[in-house]
Design a protein. Structure first.
Length: 68
């Protein structure tokens, strides 16, 4: 959640900081899906608005990593 907020706040004003955030997000997603397989991601970054996010397939997570 912290990285999601960080990426939102950096916007396009600071491309270097945004790049660091994207690398950290991709690395974290890769580690988590390597260890756990299917993980909640697409609905998970909504905070308390969604307490039961759906699980995304590992294939979908790998595609997301390439587009973060």
């Amino acid at each position: 959640m912290d990285l999601s907020i960080y990426l939102e706040k950096t916007g396009d004003l600071n491309p270097q900081a945004r790049g660091v955030g994207k690398v950290l997000m991709a690395a974290g997603l890769g580690q988590i899906t390597d260890l756990g397989g299917d993980i909640p991601f697409s609905e998970a970054l909504r905070g308390n608005k969604n307490s039961r996010p759906k699980y995304d397939s590992q294939d979908t997570i790998y595609l997301t990593i390439n587009t973060v």
